[in-house]
Design a protein around this ligand. Sequence first.
Ligand SMILES: NC(=O)c1ccc[n+]([C@@H]2O[C@H](COP(=O)([O-])OP(=O)(O)OC[C@H]3O[C@@H](n4cnc5c(N)ncnc54)[C@H](OP(=O)(O)O)[C@@H]3O)[C@@H](O)[C@H]2O)c1
Length: 330
Amino acid sequence: MQEGLAAWVTEYGRPEDVIRLADLPRTAPGPGMIEIAVEQAAINPSDLIPVTGAYSNRTTLPFVPGFEGVGTVSRIGSGVKTLKPGDRVLPLGASGLWQAFLLRPVEWCFAIPEDLSNEQAATSYINPMTTLQLLERLREHFGNGFGMDGRKIAITAAGSAIGRMLLKTLTAEGAQITAIVRSAETAESLRAFAGIDIITTGARPPGGDVSLDAVIDAVGGDTGEKLLRHNVMPGGLFLQYGALSGIPIPPSAMAARPDVRFSYLWLRSFVHAADRATLEAALRTCFDGSRSGALRSDIAATYPLSRLGNALAHQKAKDRRGKILIDPRC
Ligand SMILES: NC(=O)c1ccc[n+]([C@@H]2O[C@H](COP(=O)([O-])OP(=O)(O)OC[C@H]3O[C@@H](n4cnc5c(N)ncnc54)[C@H](OP(=O)(O)O)[C@@H]3O)[C@@H](O)[C@H]2O)c1
């Protein structure tokens, strides 16, 4: 039987300890399914969180991580009419991209425009679509049609892929941005964004003098809590989409600010509730954003899947600038 290399998780724990390499049997696609020969997959924080067991109520062991990547259709099952072997696709909605051959229902696979490189395509879903959803929540809050001009908005983990996409889009729309980062090095890397105020939490915590219409927070912990308690103006929005510190905003902080609208965003909820046409439209906007650069990620390095340990170590490195990609063909 043919086999394909895969990253394989059989127990929860620290990603570097429990994600192992395995040769998995390659099975023929059943009715309505396609087999994808994966060419590039991204490493995102949201791939690693389930490995720790944080979502054990909706994660079944064993599993292959990786929610984002691109490949070529290698085989199709009966009844598949919309894709054919050789088509390049982006599969959405489930993990499994960190392996050489992936089986997915055809309705969850989307064709990639020819002009996009594999690198662009492999990073054109999770972070761009999350950014678009965050922007939509902001627009809903401010009132569609009122725009971002002059809005005072803080972005935590501003050096992350999503942080940079938000910076590009919101500064272009005239928002007054406070970018919050944890290191002087990351602050330095954001100097190219003209007109933003940069706060480095290690050196200077956000002061009570900063008044904000909205906070877009991926950190939680002390930084997120202080921003919620002291900096959001009455009637403002606190939009949380991550907890990179590992510490959620405590309910006591939310209770202390009943005058602030607190909102969580999960891309997963949007993707699983959306119909195919909605997802196609969202992807078209993501692809356009990749072309223009507004929703494009920098790439720090690409590793063969066989060197997954090195890829995971680079992912954790403090001086990482950009996304790590995995090539499961080698
Ligand atoms: N809610 C959703 O549906 C959804 C969807 C996608 C992503 N996310 C979340 O969005 C966040 C960003 O994802 P991404 O792919 O854009 O990240 P990324 O490009 O991998 O960047 C993450 C950056 O965050 C900073 N960081 C890490 N730990 C931190 C901490 N404890 N305090 C402050 N900053 C910290 C680091 O920057 P420096 O080293 O430069 O400080 C790190 O490089 C993650 O939390 C992810 O889980 C949520």
